[in-house]
Ligand binder design. Structure first.
Ligand code: ADP
Ligand code: NA
Length: 332
């Protein structure tokens, strides 16, 4: 049996969005202090699978760390670090590149989405990304991975890799990791297009709420969010075929901590002209303190770097023996 251990990460490939906050960071904070060891990573090696300007990458790595800290991750209770500072991730990823099958990688929908029509021009790293993610998780023998819905397929691939490694080498060295996809906002959608997820890599800034947006920007984006002309339905069932309405109600529920049913009991039947200002006020109330804390951390980059360095040392103390043992199992 494996000791329960939580691992997750976010790419420093742009500013943090409300989707990252509700689908990931807020839940990372909730899992902290549950008596289980929590390890949270800034995955810069994933970010460079698509072009990143070097100075922007450095800034975004610190900014994401500031976001983690501002949202409530505590470096004395969680391990916080940057992926490239722990070389064991890359070492284990190579082994997993040799375990994963091309057919498995070909089924990954995120690669298809990100590579677009011209997949020949995508980097080899973008294609191999899920094997690196399996290494991120398994180098800590993590048993639980809090993620948004979009990462479910990658966590399943992680299990496939662990199972094939264990089978091929007649061992039970790697655990079968469980994705933890919970809450009202496991898939926050774009404010401009109810069929696309909200993402930091969406070219349209109006499609997302950034963690660093000020109160006016948040209110404006919510006011302009695409919706149908009908008022909110009276009950949860009425949200079924109303993706934009459902998205805004889910965001409200996740921000307030109420269930979707409770939210509908409060706001069901209201026109968007009344509901959107309530949502904007709630979003500002919850996000403004985090964004001002982020700005405060960003004024002391040396402190951020110190926290990341300390975290990398603690992460390596776990990862290094796992890689050594893996090499031994493989015959290296
Ligand atoms: P992005 O898609 O914004 O580039 P990442 O790929 O770095 O973000 O994902 C970081 C975490 O945030 C993952 O757990 C992912 O599932 C979660 N996440 C990203 N976008 C959303 C969203 N729109 N709704 C819910 N969770 C999300
Ligand atoms: Na993602």
């Amino acid at each position: 049996a494996f000791t329960p251990r939580v691992f997750s990460g976010i790419q420093p490939s742009g500013g943090l969005t409300l989707g990252n906050y509700l689908g990931a960071i807020k839940r990372f904070v909730d899992m902290q202090g549950s008596g289980i060891e929590t390890i949270y990573c800034v995955v810069d090696m994933h970010a460079i699978t698509v072009w990143q300007d070097p100075d922007a990458l450095r800034r975004q790595t610190r900014e994401l760390t500031a976001g983690y800290l501002a949202a409530g991750l505590d470096p004395t209770r969680s391990i916080l670090f940057n992926q490239s500072q722990v070389p064991e991730h890359a070492q284990l990823a190579w082994i997993f590149n040799c375990v994963a099958r091309l057919g498995w990688m070909n089924r990954m929908t995120q690669f298809k989405d990100k590579a677009g029509k011209n997949a020949e021009k995508a980097s080899l790293g973008l294609y191999a990304y899920p094997a690196l993610m399996a290494a991120d998780i398994l180098v800590y023998h993590a048993t639980h991975v809090p993620v948004g819905e979009d990462q479910k397929q990658h966590v399943e691939l992680t299990r496939d890799i662990a199972a094939k490694f264990n089978h091929d080498f007649k061992t039970d060295f790697f655990p079968m990791t469980a994705p933890v996809i919970e809450g009202a906002a496991t898939r926050v959608m774009s404010l401009r297009d109810g069929s696309k997820k909200m993402s930091k890599s969406d070219p349209s800034d109006a499609s997302r709420i950034n963690m660093t947006d000020d109160a006016d920007a948040i209110a404006k984006k919510i006011r302009k969010a695409k919706t149908d002309p009908e008022p909110l339905p009276e009950s949860v069932e009425g949200l079924k075929d109303r993706p934009e309405a459902r998205n805004l109600v889910n965001i409200y529920a996740a921000l307030s901590g109420d269930t979707v049913a409770d939210v509908m009991a409060q706001v069901g039947g209201k026109p968007f002209g009344e509901f959107k200002p309530l949502l904007a006020d709630l979003a500002v109330e919850k996000l403004a303190p985090i964004s001002s804390e982020m700005a405060r951390y960003m004024r002391d980059p040396a402190e951020i770097d110190r926290i990341l360095k300390d975290g990398a040392g603690r992460a390596r103390a776990i990862a290094s023996p796992v890689v050594q043992k893996t090499y031994e199992i493989v015959g290296m």
